[in-house]
Design a protein around this ligand. Structure first.
Ligand code: MN
Length: 399
């Protein structure tokens, strides 16, 4: 069953043990906790399984768990059923016992019910696996902050110690001067190589080659610092560009296209979330992007808000080939017009999500404009993340 499921799931599902004792279960959980390449466990009951033997193992489990309520055969063989069959085929009986012990332990877990060959079960298991990847990425998340938050902004602040305790996020600051020093070490050859990559992926719609080369220099320097420290996300602010002549625009966009998270004006919470959602998304990068809510369209029945940011919108949202343009940017410490990617956005279902620190708890808010499949996906990762992170989330949805 595990081998067959692995053929249709986004990540391998590896058969470990048909556990029949407390020790077998604890040993399996210890291994799952210890091994970095394991992002969670899936359990299912072939027959009745007395669940007091699961207490120690489930209590120790530190990774996402999924109870797959299923059985091998689809149909009850009414004609030949006998007591031998009944003794060996008690998946439903086992599921009740297994469900009870999970609930009795107050153990956060995902429950998926249905036949293991059913495509709907595959879809839900796939979603759960992506959520488990999100948990693993979260626990390993390091965020590089170039400078602090934009002055006077409240919502981007938060308790970094609590975030590390609960979410695993290591949030630390590097001086902008370090970045400027790193930029000075970037060679012309390195810039040539990256500009050639820009030319291969984007249309050049500016004569300001110097601005493009400057962004390449920024990207190379930031990427070196991020990779050296193992950071998958970063922030900066237009109020702290000391020694730089442009706010990173194209540079941040191209880093996001490679899966790095970004949040504007020092917003490390959104930066980490962007990196996690990208890791959970379809086709590697997915179409997850940092954005801000800007302005409303309040025509009755067509209400929406316009999401935007001044430079740093990820090209994974682009419907067409992005153009590199330079435009004046009046705010902050910009001395010269920054180069940035400009494109039309894809149309389609989307989820808007935010994470804020309410003092004593984090609150994730989702506003969803979803097709049915997306709604299920959203609920899937929502419930799993809520459980695994052990955080009291409050959410409200619209749309
Ligand atoms: Mn902003």
């Amino acid at each position: 069953m595990a081998a067959e499921l692995s053929k249709v799931l986004p990540y391998p599902l590896i058969y470990k043990v048909t556990a029949k004792t407390n020790k077998e279960i604890r040993d399996m959980v210890k291994e799952a906790n210890f091994r970095d390449e394991c992002c969670g466990i899936v359990t299912w009951c072939h027959t009745f399984s007395p669940s007091k033997m699961w207490i120690d193992g489930l209590r120790d489990l530190q990774k996402p768990g999924c109870h797959l309520a299923t059985q091998y055969n689809v149909e009850i063989p009414n004609d030949e059923i006998d007591m031998d069959f009944m003794n060996l085929n008690q998946a439903a009986h086992g599921d009740r016992e297994h469900g009870f012990i999970g609930a009795r332990l107050r153990k956060p877990r995902k429950v998926i019910a249905g036949h293991w060959k059913d495509e709907r079960v595959h879809k839900r298991l796939s979603d759960w696996m992506k959520a488990a990847i999100g948990v693993a990425v979260s626990k390993d998340m390091k965020i590089m902050r170039f400078g602090d938050n934009m002055r006077e902004v409240a919502v981007t602040e938060g308790d970094k110690v609590e975030a590390q305790i609960k979410l695993g996020w290591q949030v630390n600051t590097w001086a902008v001067g370090n970045l400027v020093k790193e930029m000075n070490w970037v060679t012309e050859e390195e810039i040539d190589t990256l500009v050639a990559e820009y030319e291969a992926n984007y249309d050049i719609a500016t004569d300001n080659t110097a601005a493009i080369r400057y962004q390449a220099e920024e990207e190379i320097a930031m990427k070196k610092m991020l990779d050296r420290e193992g950071c998958k996300a970063f922030t900066n602010t237009f109020q702290d560009l000391y020694g730089m002549e442009q706010l990173p625009g194209l540079a941040s966009q191209h880093l996001m296209a490679q899966g790095y998270g970004y949040g504007g004006e020092g917003d490390w919470k959104v930066s980490a979330m962007t990196a996690i959602l990208k890791a959970m998304g379809e086709n590697g990068n997915g179409a997850s992007a940092f954005m801000e809510d800007y302005t409303y369209h309040l025509v009755e029945g067509q209400e929406y808000s316009l999401g935007a940011h001044m430079l740093e919108v990820c090209p994974s949202l682009a419907a067409d080939k992005p153009r590199i343009e330079t435009h004046h940017l009046g705010i902050g410490m910009n001395e010269k017009d920054p180069a940035r990617l400009v494109f039309e956005g894809k149309a389609g279902p989307a989820i808007v999500t935010s994470l804020i620190d309410m003092g004593g708890r984090l609150r994730r808010c989702d506003g969803a404009d979803c097709g049915m499949g997306k709604e299920e996906w959203r609920m899937g990762y929502y419930s799993s993340l809520q459980g695994m992170w052990g955080i009291k989330f409050q959410s409200h949805s619209s749309g």
